[in-house]
Design a protein around this ligand. Sequence first.
Ligand code: CA
Length: 489
Amino acid sequence: MFTRLSVVDEASRLVVGRGRRTPPPSSGQRSPRRDSSTPPYKTALASALLLFASTAFATDRPPNVILINCDDLGYGDLACYGAKDIRTPHLDRMAREGTRFTDFSVAAPLCTPSRAALMTGKYPGRTGRAIGVLRPKSTQGLAGSEVTLAEIVKPRGYATGCIGKWHLGFLPGMRPLDQGFDTYYGVLHNLDTPETAPFEAEGGIPILRGDQVEKRPAIPAEMTGLYTAEALAFIERNRDRPFFLYLAHAMPHLPFDASPAFKGKSPRGLYGDVVAELDDSTGRILERLRALGLAEQTLVIFTSDNGPERNTTGTAAPLRGTKHTVYEGGLRVPFIAWWPGRVPAGRVCDEFVTTLEILPTLAALAGNRTLPAGLDGFDLSPVLLGAPGARSPRTTLYSLYGYRANRRESFREGRWKLHVATPPELYDLTADPAESTNVAAQHPDLVARLTAAARQLRESTGIPATNPADPFDPPPAKAKKNAAKKSAP
Ligand SMILES: [Ca+2]
């Protein structure tokens, strides 16, 4: 009953919440289509949502949630997103049985800022994590006062598990067990040299269980298999109560590698083998849910933290750009939602949605109406569950890439995407999703307005005007020299 009431409340809030959106562009500019609603439409939508809400949750038990977050998987790397040279039969089936989103963006094209936004529902600047990635010797992390995905569902009786890469702080007090997760298994860091080198003297980068070292060094080819086994064990262990599992794969981040059963099989080479293993992993998780009779009680989301790494065979096609850029290829990633009987099957959804929506959405699904202050995300559950006429409340997205000397900034409003640069770049994503034709010169007023909106967002989220030097993340040449020094006898 509690859950049902909360969803009615959420349905009403969505309609009210639409008033929070940015005002429509001034005359002479084409309006983002999300801004075309009228008061009568809102009334009809409210009625439809209330009707939907009264039937959507017939059970008192809130749903299980499994959030599978790949590392650096590109928009074009799955067959169901257009890849011709990687087979992903399990994810294709997941998309057929659920909903595939074609316009899902992360908040930033880099691991730590993207994950900070995912974990909190806030722009990375608000949590002090907008600039750079955290390296092993960093003394910073996500503040304990921030409410995470685990902490938003925990009051509703959830078992919470974190498996895989964290990248949100490494000192005691900053780790998954300090941020609402009951259990943790994985490597807190990347497996690339800047992050493995500091551990060489102590026997290699460790895999932790809780706060204890279970194995070292972590071996890239083993990670997907180890994490999958842990995920299946977590599901089995918590089958009789609501659970939230955050499965943050190490792959396909560099140095990517696959287990022997997958190696040498994909036309895309090793990268394709790695993605095929992630596909198999997801298939095994869905199969286990079916076998345990949990499929209809479990929302599974499959996504990525940012676009593909440069100079790899990962691809964001047909989008432009990669990780480390704020072109769509850096920000827009696969997002598949699966929940038999609840998330519409076989649907392709082109609503504009982002990482920031995940925390408010999980709160609504779990029935937790106590939301943290300062959220930037919206409850997406009506869109996710296919409520009649439901539209995404999101119309804008500010993104910053701030790493070492490089800095890139964009601001999207509906179909329009501004790159804050000299000269500025403006793209019409509806007509030109590949960001190939800069139309800034034709829309000077729009460029000025979006530039001001980007500045306002940057300033209001406390992002410094330039990237500060980070003593824990020296440039590559220096890191290499330090690593060599450390490994010398
Ligand atoms: Ca990443």
